[in-house]
Design a protein. Structure first.
Length: 256
């Protein structure tokens, strides 16, 4: 048999709470539950330890905690949910791709749109529609470094953006694999390996060593995916929608 007790409590501000305490006696064991309605409140009887309840079922102990208190989510780090293991995989993928891109960057003016983009970047002009304003501004900053001729510097900018995008790919892959239950070392190897395979695919490598907009666009896309992944892992992150819209807009501006 068991007993159920109901009582109303009133606290400052006029809010009222319904306290429910249940004690069930069965086969020599006791289960204690507590709850609250009308706000964030918790109270238990003297026979139950505060904050955690333990019951007995079929001769074994199981957790019967029914804590109704919901605290506001703590401020998350900017790099949550990634940790050192994920950053090692990301750093390795970024380093390998960046070194190879640097060594294979086109040293001067190339074919197709290369000359047009280089001229627009060096003189902060407007290439063919749709204009690519974000790419023009960022690539022009690379021409300010005294590291070589203007064409080579703009070409390096493509590899710089693409390498960071590859690092983010490895970062998300490593963390998501670990989240799915894959062992840490295996997740790191697979995440970095798949990212490096993407880095040296024909479509990525060919655009990462010339004056083109696809490297910066890939980086904006991966920032967007990063934000969505973090939002997926923590739906209570209230800024998720705003940041995803921000990077989505930057991705559009890259090609508009």
């Amino acid at each position: 048999m068991g007993t159920v007790h109901f009582s109303w409590l009133r606290v400052s501000g006029g809010a009222s709470f319904l306290r429910v305490a249940v004690r069930i006696q069965d086969s020599g064991g006791s289960d204690c539950f507590h709850g609250a309605s009308g706000g964030e409140f918790q109270d238990v009887g003297q026979h139950c330890p505060r904050g955690s309840q333990t019951g007995f079922s079929a001769g074994r102990s199981e957790d019967l905690s029914m804590n109704q208190t919901q605290a506001a989510p703590a401020r998350m780090r900017w790099d949550w949910p990634f940790d050192r293991k994920d950053w090692i995989a990301a750093g390795f993928a970024w380093l390998v791709s960046q070194v190879v891109y640097f060594l294979t960057t086109q040293p001067n003016v190339g074919l197709l749109d290369s000359g047009e983009f280089l001229t627009a970047s060096v003189h902060v002009g407007v290439p063919h529609p749709t204009g690519y304003p974000l790419w023009t501004i960022f690539s022009h900053l690379f021409t300010l470094f005294p590291i070589g001729n203007g064409a080579w510097e703009v070409n390096l900018f493509s590899g710089f953006c693409t390498a960071i995008a590859i690092g983010i790919v490895a970062l998300i892959l490593s963390n998501s694999l670990r989240w799915a239950g894959v062992r840490d070392v295996v997740a790191q190897i697979l995440g970095a390996g798949w990212a490096i395979a993407l880095a040296f695919s024909v479509s990525m490598w060919s655009q990462a060593v010339i004056a083109e907009v696809y490297g910066l666009h890939s980086l904006m896309v991966m920032f967007y995916v990063w934000v969505l992944y973090r939002w997926l892992r923590a739906p209570e992150w209230t800024n998720g929608l705003a940041w995803s819209a921000f990077f989505f807009s930057l991705g559009i501006v890259t090609g508009k």
